[in-house]
Design a protein around this ligand. Structure first.
Ligand code: ADP
Ligand code: MG
Length: 449
């Protein structure tokens, strides 16, 4: 199938040609025609497989081809879990709206609220946003969604994991036109909350799953290395950053403070490294992402803030300095490389604190992972054994009678995402009192937004 077979409006087709794309990816081949027929979609496919255009193209087609339901309200709203991802989706969208009369705007947490009020007063046709800030503007009546034609949720599972269910529901309820269409993209459709949510949001949705997000990604070469402690990890890091061939690399750490610390160490070692974390203000975050995407830095040290969706074409190496707290983030982290058919390397360090997370990743990938080693940096750590059952009686006679039985390590399933491990600072959002939208956006706990 070619893009020219999809019956796209002429200006849309010109932009696709401009991008140099001739053949739609698998998810695009299925999602674009289904969305253009007006179906609601719940869709997933592996990282880097072109989901963004799978929703941008039908959105543009609908807006160009159909009359607006309302003169004033936005026609399309696209929500993403992180500001960085929203910016990236916005820049792709702008390529398509640039040669049309349609206005697209970006509404993000962490940016000036009053400026955004003015932007919304101009009645844009497209809004790309993070959910917390958009919900705030909605509450305050700075725009209305009754005429909304298309609600698009990118990385919906992540938005729900971050605790944005309330804001998403609010946006959904405000967009009450019976002709409204909804496209929900999620890394996994095997997520209870996503499925419940889909029932609330979607009308007779078509389900499109191109492989699982967790099936083998052939373009990403994964390697795992045991490590003893922080010093050992740092030595391994230095080794790989010197020995591997890569254009740009992303290093994921468990905590925000480690991003700064590691970037500092790497800079001293004369690597061109920069740190990105939720601790920085938005303009600093923007600056760092911009200079990294322009290639002004070779190495980005970050947290799961950057694990989702970011498409940085020159990243060919991902290093998990720490294993992620949320198992599925492993797939997203390594998915920053091996995008659109290019090859990538993904290395992970597994120390005692990472062990449980490692076992969960092994379960998620449904394969037994073996470790590699660097000859000059062999680890003493060999992994944790399953715990032994304690003998009930303390008498030595009784002890000798009770055979020690190993406890089976619980096989991780795709649902075991939130095993409480003290390896990072990602939030497990289970609070007595729900945070307000603005608190969620600004919360120190909330890495992503
Ligand atoms: P995903 O959201 O599935 O992780 P993205 O939408 O970010 O993936 O796309 C990944 C990369 O693939 C981007 O660089 C994008 O420009 C490129 N891409 C998208 N569609 C096509 C296509 N039809 N042919 C070739 N490359 C494409
Ligand atoms: Mg994406």
């Amino acid at each position: 199938m070619q893009f020219s077979d999809l019956g796209l409006e002429r200006r849309l087709m010109t932009t696709v040609e401009h991008l140099g794309f001739t053949e739609p990816t698998e998810i695009q081949q299925q999602a674009i025609p289904a969305a253009m027929q007006g179906h609601d979609l719940i869709a997933s496919s592996k990282t880097g497989s072109g989901k963004t255009l799978a929703f941008i193209i039908p959105a543009l087609q609908r807006v160009v081809k159909n009359r607006a339901l309302s003169k004033r309200d936005p026609r399309v709203v696209i929500l993403t879990p992180t500001r960085e991802l929203a910016k990236q989706v916005f820049s792709q969208l702008r390529l398509f709206t640039a040669n049309t009369q349609f206005k697209a705007v970006l509404i993000l947490g962490g940016e000036n609220f009053n400026d955004q009020v003015k932007v919304l007063e101009k009645e844009p046709h497209f809004i790309v946003a993070t959910p917390g800030r958009l919900a705030d503007h909605l509450t305050q009546g700075h725009f209305y969604l009754n005429g909304l034609e298309l609600l698009i949720l990118d990385e919906a599972d992540r938005m729900l994991d971050l605790g944005f269910a309330k804001q998403l529901s609010q946006i959904n309820k405000a967009a009450d036109h019976r002709k409204r269409q909804t496209l929900l993209f999620s890394a996994t459709l095997d997520h209870a909350q996503v499925n419940d949510f889909a029932k609330e949001l979607l009308k007779k949705p078509k389900r499109i799953a191109i492989g699982g997000a967790f099936t083998e990604h052939k373009d990403i070469n994964k390697r795992f290395y045991l490590s003893d402690n922080l010093d050992h990890k740092e030595a391994l890091l230095q080794h790989f950053l010197t020995a591997e061939k890569y254009q740009q690399a992303i290093i994921f750490t468990a905590t925000r403070s480690d991003t700064e610390r590691l970037a500092g160490i790497l800079t001293k070692q004369e690597f061109n490294a920069v740190a990105l974390s939720g601790e920085l203000n938005q303009s600093q975050r923007n600056q760092i992402m911009e200079s990294f995407s322009k290639g002004q830095h070779k190495i980005l040290v970050t947290t799961d803030l950057a694990s989702r969706g970011l498409d940085l074409v020159n990243v060919s190496l991902v290093i998990n300095f720490d294993m992620p707290k949320h198992t599925e983030e492993f797939i997203h982290r390594i998915g920053r490389t091996g995008r659109a058919g290019s090859q990538g390397d993904a290395i992970a360090f597994v120390g005692p604190k990472d062990w449980l997370s490692f076992k969960n990743v092994e379960g998620l990938l449904e394969q037994t992972i073996s470790f590699e080693q660097v000859d000059s940096l062999k680890a003493k750590f060999k992994g944790l054994k399953p715990k032994k059952i304690k003998a009930k009686s303390t008498s030595s006679k009784a002890k000798s009678r009770v055979k020690e039985q190993p406890i089976k390590v619980k096989k991780a399933t795709k649902k075991v995402f939130h095993a409480a491990q003290d390896v990072g600072d990602m939030p497990i959002i289970k609070r007595k009192k729900p945070l307000s939208a603005q608190q969620l956006e600004d919360s120190d706990l909330n890495e992503a937004d």
